[in-house]
Ligand binder design. Structure first.
Ligand code: ACO
Length: 368
């Protein structure tokens, strides 16, 4: 059975930074409250024209470059997101076109902040079954576009960003080990974007009532999160047949420092064993875990052979955890030319669009 190794990683965040002090100017809040209650100091906010797919594409290019993989070698793209570009088509398909992944299947996965763990597990299972070799897994969000900037209960929490990993098949042991995935739809109301779906299609009334924004019962979500984080971590470690002492890093969903603290206490681990960066990005939902992985890989905290745990929770309710062993960069089989791939992808996309038009004209004319 092949193993599913993480061989490439990349992240992208908007350049624009919104600090707690900036927020003080637009809502009734203050830096001290936000830092004490959440640990967040600033977040990155997409500028106009910057979208979930544009961040996803930027992260994907970086991950491909680290893995020294051509876009045409990707078999599947999974984009985990709760803020897709459209209800359909899938954001993953937009990424497929933009990077010229000519033979890849592509779909979106929605499991809120736990989505990246779910997506990574789907990719790893497909690789371990022998059906796929190279999978691009992306977590990407532009939550700032779905936040009510007059609601201080939610707007202080969220930020935008994307992270991408490449999973590759190899006979060498390592990579993704075990995963646990859980859900409890009875808590669906606790964190929801009520309108825009089939239950409450967009109307003037839904817009006037602010139903296209994130609605959250912060206290209940907090209670749920502190309940499940330590439990899921222990569960996945047991499923992997390893011990807590074998795990070098816990990489949690970056929602609130107090939630991560509670998990650390529950696991009787020092907070230093956790990768934490939420003070700079806020909660980027499903992008938070891959962004934290990228930073830990870039600054050398993650070293070849290190075992680590990913653990997350989110709307749904969903929660889950994964154990994996860090692989790092594998020896490339060939030289790669990133600039050439970008040019190829752009040209191919333009020609495909042109060809679809020409086909439409031909078929339209034949019909008439
Ligand atoms: N600035 C200043 N004061 C505030 C703010 C703010 N931004 N927000 C609320 N307050 C006030 C409230 O009005 C309240 O004042 P009162 O006591 O005079 O009524 C007081 O602070 C306490 O408010 P609570 O909402 O009860 O505060 P709580 O302790 O629950 O903390 C928080 C709020 C930080 C949002 C917390 O509930 C939390 O982190 N919950 C988890 C949220 C989360 O992680 N969501 C993401 C899930 S993942 C996903 O799927 C996206």
């Amino acid at each position: 059975m092949p193993f599913a190794h993480i061989t490439g990683w990349g992240m992208a965040v908007p350049e624009r930074i919104l600090t707690n002090f900036d927020l003080e100017k637009i809502i009734d809040t203050n830096d001290q409250w936000i830092v004490e209650m959440t640990g967040i100091k600033e977040r990155h906010i997409a500028r106009e024209g910057q979208t979930t797919s544009s961040l996803a594409v930027e992260a994907a290019w970086k991950a491909l470059s680290v893995a020294k993989l051509k876009p045409t070698e990707i078999d599947l793209i999974i984009c985990s997101t709760s803020t897709p570009e459209y209800l359909f088509p899938a954001t993953a398909c937009l990424v497929q076109d933009r990077i010229g992944a000519t033979k890849a299947g592509a779909f979106d996965l929605l499991a809120a902040c736990t989505g990246f763990i779910y997506a990574l597990n789907m990719a790893a299972q497909a690789i371990k079954s022998g059906s796929l070799k190279n999978v691009l897994v992306i977590g990407a969000e532009t939550l700032s576009k779905f936040v009510d900037w007059t609601d201080r209960n939610t707007c202080i929490l969220f930020g935008d960003g994307a992270g991408a990993l490449i999973l590759q098949a190899s006979d060498v042991p390592g990579g993704v080990m075990s995963t646990v995935m859980h859900s409890d739809g009875s808590g669906a109301d606790l964190l929801t974007l009520p309108a825009g779906g089939s239950k409450n299609p967009a109307t003037e009334a839904t817009i006037r009532s602010g139903l296209h924004y994130i609605h959250m019962d912060g206290r209940e979500v907090f209670r749920f999160a502190t309940r499940v984080m330590a439990h899921a971590t222990r569960e996945v470690i047991a499923a992997s047949g390893i011990l807590m002492d074998d795990v070098k890093w816990i990489i949690p969903h970056q929602a609130n420092l107090r939630i991560i603290d509670a998990a650390a206490r529950g696991l009787k681990l020092p907070i230093e064993r956790f990768v934490v960066n939420l003070e700079r990005y806020g909660n980027t939902s499903t992008a938070s875990i891959p962004i934290a992985i990228c930073e830990a890989a870039q600054d050398g905290r993650l070293q070849k052979g290190d075992k680590f745990v990913l653990v997350g929770f989110g709307a749904g309710l969903t929660w889950g955890a994964m154990t994996a062993q860090w692989t790092g960069v594998m020896e490339p089989e060939h030289i790669i030319r990133p600039n050439y791939y970008r040019l190829f992808a752009r040209t191919r996309s333009l020609l495909r669009r042109l060809w679809l038009r020409i086909e439409g004209i031909i078929w339209g004319r034949n019909k008439a």
